[in-house]
Each structure stands twice: as structure tokens, then as C-alpha cells.
Design a protein around this ligand. Structure first.
Ligand code: ZN
Length: 418
């Protein structure tokens, strides 16, 4: 019997790789961090920044919940580097566009399969407020389709980042402060994709996806033909951690995701309990789990907030907000209604403000409604009930900057906190 055991062990190890989602972002992360204390410090500093932003965002004065208003949109210009060896790896523009459509649907919660989220978890699903557009301007200011095609002699790539360098058979990254770099190539073995880590070097920033798991047509092969590998990896690119926290009952640094013991594979259904996560169990339909594309349906509000902290002033991806590549495509990225005087909030006194303000409304009908205050990147930082035609609000807890007050999802009233 002794001789059989290693054989059985090999089988158990070897079988999963054939059909199960294989994201290598964690391997990549550990490889990068190993023996690099400077990078580890940079990653930790970003984590501290994220926690601080989220603490600020959780200031609720006398609000009692209430529906979140649609967040403002952040537009991310994308450059897709198609690195092909065989002609079939040189995927079509249509296939690239199909991937962009999935990213926009999934990050905007317009994906049709939100209907498949079990009712008990439906309220967790969030519109993350991100839009993805192919860049129309390259780093030199010239017009581009946002799609780069390059032949390589390499028959496959690994997580060693060769694909991100022209000198190593790939294609150089474009400026990460202006673009999200997506490399599409043949990744070796079962690897579907990996993301750089937030805080890592500029030259390797971006996401790599296997050409058979990209988009919804052409070379995309089931069960990874619904574009969710990119949704998942871009989640890592915006600092999301696997939903089980990469440890048995680990922590994904997100408050509204239930604790979960381990990765979920395939396309499960029903309640799967673990780690005492009564009563509805694992959130295996989250994009940051490991199910097949067809089993993934949502990001949560907590994941949205964690991602969006990167875009706050001082955040790792804040520079993308003023990317000329985005501006050229979609116009300035601002909070919607930011400069519009709301029909509901008519005045804030004083404005600019230091501490107490009076928020004035014209119509008594909104008394009792939730007044929400958002920062410039669309994170809700405060919620207060409208108590009268003039409601006192204490802004002392907010840091200096520009905010927007909205009632019932109406247009934002601009407020400056000194
Ligand atoms: Zn992953």
C-alpha cells in the first residue's frame, strides 16, 4: 500500500487543473513580494490608505440605511496588446469588443445574469461605477484603435512577465497613469490569467489573459467564454482579494462578503455553508470566487468601495481620473451633476464650510428622506436624514475637499469642506 499513496496524491493534485479556474494572481503576488521589502512596504502603505478611506466613508451621522444612489462613473481607457504566435491567437477586434462589453456590464451591474443571484443575496450586488473604453489616443498623442497586434516567436508565456516587454517577445506597457493594459496571449498550461499587484512597478502594471478565456466569441472556449476571467483579474488590478481571503476562512478585507472557507469551482447552486457563515452561506456567485464564467454574477458594495478608494486623491490609481486618453474619448471625468444646482437641495450655508452647515431644501416632501454626501470619487462618506426645510449637518469628521450632496439620488449639490 505504501507505494500507492504517492500515486493517489498525484491524481488528486493533477485532476483539478484540467477543468477548474486557474488564476495565478496570488502566485504572482507572492513571487513579487518575496525578498522585496520595498515592494511589501508599498503594498502595505496602500492597504493602510484603503482602510483610512473606508473608515472615512463609513461615517453615518443619523442615517438609517437607505438605498445607495448610483455612483458616479469612472472611465478607464484600455489598451489591449494581442501577442500572437499562431494566427488563431491573433483574435479579432470583435472578440476584443465583446470583452469590453462584459467588463462594462459587470462593473456597471447591467449584466443580464444578475437575475440568477439568489434573492437573499441580491441586495449585495453593486454597480461599481466603472466604464471601460478602448483608448483613442496613444502615449504619443496619436490616434489609436486601442488594440495593438504583435507577432511573437514565443509559443506560450508564464507569469514571469515576458509578455509585458518588447525585448522579451511581448509588448511594452503603456503608461499606467493613463491606461489599463490588457495583454492577450497564450498562457502556458491551465493558467487563465493574472494581474499585477497594486503597488507594483509601472513597467508590469496590468492584466494578462489567455486568448481562449478572453471575450465571448472567436477563440473563447467554455467554460471561460463569458468574459469573466477579465472581470475577475481586473478586480485584482483594483486591489480585490479572492473572496475566501486566500486562506481557510481568510479575510478579503471587505465587510459585506461572508467569510468563506475556500475557493468554489464549477457552477454550484443552493446554500453552501462554511466558517459559520449562517444563514445563506458562501457568496460563490461573486466575481472574485473561482466558479466557471456562468456561475459569476456580482461585486458587492464593499468590493466597490475598496476598488474606488484607489481613485481617491492620493490613491494608487487616482491619476487615471485625469487621463487624457479617457478625456479624449468620453469628456472630463466628473461626478455627474457636480455643477448643477439641485432642484432639491437649494443651498448649503456656509459653503465653503468648516463644521456645522445648514442644508436647505425647498420642498417639505423630502423631509424624512436620506441626504447622502459623496466625495469626488463617488464614495458615500455620510448619510443624514432631512429633518426640516433647513437640516443641520456636522461636517467636522470629513477631510478638506469637494463633496456632493444628493437626496434620493437626485443631482449633486457641490459643497467645499475647508
Ligand atoms: Zn484571482
Amino acid at each position: 500500500m505504501k507505494n500507492f499513496l504517492p500515486f493517489v496524491g498525484l491524481l488528486l493534485i493533477a485532476l483539478p487543473g484540467w477543468t477548474q479556474r486557474d488564476c495565478r494572481s496570488l502566485d504572482y503576488r507572492q513571487q513579487q513580494l518575496s525578498g522585496n521589502p520595498t515592494l511589501a512596504a508599498s503594498v502595505e502603505a496602500i492597504e493602510q490608505f484603503t482602510r483610512l478611506q473606508l473608515r472615512k466613508a463609513s461615517v453615518i451621522v443619523n442615517g438609517q440605511g437607505g438605498k445607495e444612489s448610483a455612483p458616479s462613473r469612472i472611465t478607464i481607457p484600455v489598451v489591449v496588446h494581442i501577442i500572437y504566435n499562431s494566427p488563431s491567437q491573433n483574435i479579432s477586434d470583435e472578440q476584443v469588443l465583446s470583452q469590453l462589453q462584459v467588463l462594462n456590464a459587470d462593473y456597471g451591474k447591467t449584466n443580464a445574469d444578475t437575475a440568477a443571484i439568489p434573492g437573499y443575496y441580491a441586495s449585495l450586488a453593486a454597480d461599481c461605477g466603472f466604464s471601460f473604453v478602448l483608448a483613442t489616443v496613444d502615449t504619443g498623442g496619436h490616434t489609436t484603435t486601442g488594440i495593438i497586434r504583435k507577432h511573437t516567436n514565443a509559443t506560450s508565456f508564464t507569469i514571469d512577465d515576458d509578455v509585458k516587454f518588447g525585448s522579451r517577445g511581448g509588448d511594452d506597457a503603456w503608461d499606467r497613469d493613463r491606461y489599463l493594459n490588457l495583454w492577450v496571449c497564450n498562457l502556458s498550461g491551465s493558467v487563465l490569467g493574472y494581474s499585477s499587484l497594486v503597488g507594483g512597478p509601472r513597467e508590469t502594471d496590468g492584466v494578462v489573459i489567455k486568448y481562449t478565456a478572453f471575450g465571448t466569441k472567436g477563440t473563447a472556449q467554455p467554460p471561460y467564454n463569458l468574459g469573466r476571467t477579465a472581470t475577475h483579474e481586473v478586480g485584482h488590478w483594483m486591489n480585490l482579494i479572492h473572496i475566501w481571503g486566500d486562506a481557510s476562512c481568510g479575510d478579503d478585507e471587505v465587510g459585506d462578503t461572508p467569510q468563506q472557507q475556500e475557493a468554489t469551482y464549477g457552477n454550484p447552486n443552493g446554500v453552501v455553508l462554511s466558517c459559520g457563515n449562517m444563514q445563506y452561506g458562501n457568496l460563490y456567485m461573486d466575481y472574485m470566487d473561482f466558479t466557471d464564467d456562468i456561475g459569476m454574477h456580482l461585486f458587492t458594495g464593499g468590493q466597490r468601495d475598496r476598488m474606488r478608494t484607489l481613485f481617491a486623491p492620493g490613491g494608487f490609481r487616482h491619476a487615471l481620473l485625469s487621463s487624457p486618453a479617457a478625456a479624449a474619448v468620453t469628456g472630463p471625468v466628473v461626478v455627474s451633476g457636480g455643477n448643477t444646482i439641485s432642484m432639491t437641495v437649494t443651498e448649503v450655508r456656509p459653503n465653503p464650510a468648516i463644521g456645522m452647515v445648514s442644508v436647505v431644501v425647498q420642498d417639505r416632501a423630502v423631509v424624512g428622506s436620506l441626504m447622502e454626501i459623496y466625495n469626488q470619487v463617488g464614495l458615500r462618506v455620510m448619510a443624514v436624514r432631512v429633518t426640516d426645510l433647513s437640516t443641520p449637518v456636522n461636517l467636522s469628521a470629513l477631510s478638506g475637499g469637494v463633496y456632493f450632496i444628493r437626496i434620493g439620488g437626485g443631482p449633486g449639490f457641490k459643497l467645499v469642506k475647508m
